[in-house]
Design a protein around this ligand. Structure first.
Ligand code: GUN
Length: 313
């Protein structure tokens, strides 16, 4: 459908530009100090997490960040994870620490997030950073919502005064997304599983962000004509009849499904929403690459701030 192609927001292309800017910043920092260093803790065998972490490490290598993944078995006790985080906090050569989510059953996620030093919390999930975000103070911001704002700003999309509806209230996307849109002077509504009139509320949105993790959650009846639709969902279709329903006549996706046994899909019924939206992010190739690019931005920023601080001592 070539007519619509300019409506599709190419997150991969924006992410590439951001990564190249980070690469320049890394070069400059390495000349006077050293390259930034990011350590990712990957606990357990979640296959999706392994792919995400692999992509993060690849992005680090591309921009010149020293990226390291510490792989630990699902049986690793909470105490050991806490000790590892504490030792990374104290290690002066580490600029960023990230605990990949979800963690295997039995771990106290909040306790781990509280333990990461707020100065190295490149995921922006420490409550100090989360609190600062709502008070408009300088802080690390979670990468997915930060990437969405970055993309909208780079497209010079006017956000002030628009009605933004965020569907989903997670600590990693929904809540920080709402805070950032508010910071952009949007009027913000947050919807969730107990929202009574999801369809009507979404239909009032000029900017609609779907971040729930539910296939087909947002259909054409949820979307006002001309709205900007941002799809944060990352789900898998594993049945042929689903592919036929969500991507009728899409031979490329059908072949991908036949080869791999599944295809990625967001929370938005892309095929049916596309004709109504003025702009929409695809899955894959929309929000995902932006998340990783912003992790690179946060890690570089952390290294620069830490250097500034030591100079000031
Ligand atoms: N799992 C999926 N996305 C993310 C992310 O942005 N950060 C962390 N820590 N885990 C995730």
């Amino acid at each position: 459908m070539p007519f619509y192609t300019d409506r599709v927001l190419n997150g991969s292309a924006v992410a590439k530009v951001i990564r190249s800017e980070v690469a320049d910043g890394v070069k400059e920092l390495a000349k006077k100090h050293r390259a930034p260093r990011l350590v990712v803790l990957l606990v357990g065998e979640d296959p999706a997490s392994k792919i995400y972490v692999g992509n993060k490490t690849k992005a680090c290598a591309e921009v010149g960040i020293d990226g390291e993944t510490v792989e630990l078995p699902a049986s690793t006790p909470q105490e050991e994870l806490l000790e590892r985080i504490e030792s990374l906090n104290e290690d002066d050569s580490v600029d960023g620490i990230l605990v990949q989510l979800p963690l295997p059953e039995g771990h106290d996620v909040a306790q781990l997030q509280w333990t990461v030093s707020p100065d190295k919390d490149v995921d922006g999930l420490h409550p100090i950073n989360a609190g600062k975000l709502w008070q408009d103070q300088d802080c690390f911001v979670p990468c997915t919502p930060a990437g969405i704002i970055e993309m909208l700003e780079r497209r010079e999309f006017e956000m002030a005064g628009r009605h933004a509806v965020v569907v989903g209230r997670s600590a990693i996307v929904g809540k920080p997304m709402a805070a950032l849109l508010l910071r952009q002077n949007c009027t913000v509504t947050v919807c969730h599983s107990r929202t009574k009139s999801l369809e009507e509320t979404c239909r009032e949105a000029d900017i609609l962000v779907a971040a729930v993790g539910q296939v087909g959650l947002i259909g054409p009846n949820h979307v006002q004509a001309g709205a900007v639709v941002i799809d944060v969902g990352m789900n898998r279709l594993t049945e042929r009849r689903q592919i036929d329903h969500y991507y009728p006549g899409d031979e490329k996706r059908r072949r991908a499904f036949e080869k791999k046994g599944s295809v990625l899909i967001g929370d938005v019924d892309f095929t049916r929403v596309l004709p109504k939206a003025s702009a929409i992010t695809p899955v894959p190739g929309g929000v995902g690459p932006l998340t990783i690019a912003m992790l690179m931005v946060n890690t570089l920023e952390s290294a620069k701030r830490r250097l500034q601080r030591t100079k000031g001592d």
